[in-house]
Write a protein that binds this ligand. Structure first.
Ligand code: ADP
Length: 442
């Protein structure tokens, strides 16, 4: 700009007639100088572009990491571009941060899930599986990329359901037992995931083995209870009908029939009370009072008193020996019931002139032991492992008339275990049995 007035001042003396050549020359010189200056300016201006462009490029490459600083420099347009890129980078960072947070949340949830989760792509290549799935199928995680489902789990049932879901794009439910998962049973729910061309399927496996087992135990228990009730009920009904049909007048037999009805009614009563105890123990609801210190001598004394008359009737001697006073923490009425059940069996499965010995005292490792030893009929070796099962009896013909329910020992086991202890048995057929209760001393 300043060049123009300077040039005019410089040319002014030559603006007289006859000096045209000099003017033209001077003008040309002025133009040349101005052109050179402009070129110089343009050159130096454009030389900064690549540097600025390179910085912008580096900044874009480093996204979403924001360690790289972007200096706003160069021409105004470049500075505006740099500002826009900075704002965009901030937005990208927020989006990436949100996505990472969501991903880690999802990964944590999947890792904590008790259900096994496995995802495959449309070619049944494993994309993901969680900890629970890996544990159920003894697979190592993370699973290497591109491994097929069949390489990871050789389970046709899983492959079939996932194949169908990928093909039909509809969800499916099924329940199956999987040999490769140690024969455990699963309820499976498979759903399609993703859109074309990245579709696949995910399967969620809920382990229902324990639920199935419990269902079976409950069914068996109901069947056993009905079976146990049927016998005394049928007998009571039969003898009552016989009496009603005229046997009541039969002076020789009517008393005998009534005695039979009475003994079956007693049995029904025993079954009902044992079932009540079992349902109480099964419910896991603690008694309304808190556990207390239970002195063993008192428990044993009271239990001995309970079986005294039955023992006398059968001619069995019941003695307590080497009983050292010690205590446990728990519920007295439950422990007493367990000891009575063991004493009752020791008397019931004994012979006239036989004996039952009770001992109790501390063990060397800070526990207490109650032992009930009898000289009775003993238990066959092969039955010892089933002896604590509900309704198990070695000899039904012998247990039932004696008022046995087949629930006594299962109650003992549950009571003792609920107090954190254990019950064991040793026996010799024809010689006698020894039951021991081991509990933590209080
Ligand atoms: P029950 O009501 O029949 O006595 P239990 O559960 O108490 O039921 O005992 C189960 C079975 O174990 C009995 O039927 C009996 O065959 C056997 N049994 C238990 N205790 C003794 C024992 N002291 N001597 C021999 N057999 C026993």
């Amino acid at each position: 700009m300043a060049a123009l007035p300077v040039s005019l001042i410089w040319l002014a003396p030559d603006l007289a007639p006859g000096t045209e050549l000099s003017v033209v020359l001077k003008l040309l010189l002025v133009l040349a100088v101005a052109g050179a200056c402009a070129m110089g300016l343009i050159y130096s201006w454009t030389r900064t572009w690549p540097k600025v462009a390179e910085r912008l490029e580096n900044f874009a490459d480093a996204l979403p990491a924001l360690e790289t600083q972007l200096i706003e420099e160069g021409p105004e347009e470049m500075q505006r571009l740099a500002r826009a890129m900075k704002a965009m980078a901030e937005r990208v960072r927020q989006v990436v941060e949100r996505a990472n947070l969501e991903l880690s949340r999802r990964e944590t949830i999947l890792a904590c899930m008790a259900e096994g989760v496995l995802a495959v792509d449309k070619n049944l290549k494993v994309i993901f599986c969680n900890e629970a799935f890996a544990q159920a199928f003894s697979t190592r995680i993370p699973i290497g990329e591109g491994r097929s489902l069949y390489e990871v789990v050789r389970e046709p049932a899983l492959r079939d359901i996932l194949e169908r879901v990928v093909r039909t794009r509809t969800q499916e439910k099924d329940r199956f037992q999987l040999p490769t998962a140690a024969g455990r049973s699963f309820e499976a729910r498979a759903l399609p995931i993703g859109e074309q061309p990245k579709q696949g399927a995910v399967i969620v496996l809920h382990d229902v083995t324990d639920i199935e087992r419990q269902e079976q135990v409950r069914k068996d228990f109901v069947a056993d209870v009905s079976h146990e009730l049927r016998t005394p009920l049928a007998a009571i009904r039969g003898y009552a009908e016989t009496l009603l049909d005229g046997a009541i007048e039969d002076g020789e037999n009517n008393r005998k029939f009534l005695e039979i009805i009475h003994s079956h009614a007693v049995r029904l009563n025993n079954i009902a009370s044992d079932l009540l105890v079992i349902s109480e123990l099964d419910s896991n609801v603690p008694p309304p009072v808190p556990p207390d210190r239970v002195p063993l001598l008192e428990v044993i004394e009271s239990a001995l008193h309970t079986v005294e008359s039955a023992a006398a009737v059968r001619g069995v001697r019941v003695i307590s020996e080497h009983c050292v006073d010690c205590s446990v923490m728990g519920y007295r009425f439950r422990l007493e019931q367990a000891v009575v059940n063991l004493l009752d069996n020791a008397v019931k499965f004994n012979r006239a002139g036989g004996s039952v010995t009770v001992e109790c005292g501390p063990t060397e490792d800070g526990q207490v032991r109650i032992t009930i030893c009898d000289t009775g009929i003993g238990i066959p070796m092969e039955d010892l492992k089933r002896i604590f099962e509900r309704f198990f009896r070695v000899d039904k013909a012998r247990s039932r008339p004696a008022g046995g329910t087949g629930l006594g020992l299962s109650i003992v086991k549950e009571v003792v275990e609920s107090m954190g202890g254990m019950v064991t048995v040793e026996s010799q057929l024809g010689r006698g049995s020894k039951f021991s209760i081991l509990l933590q001393a209080a």
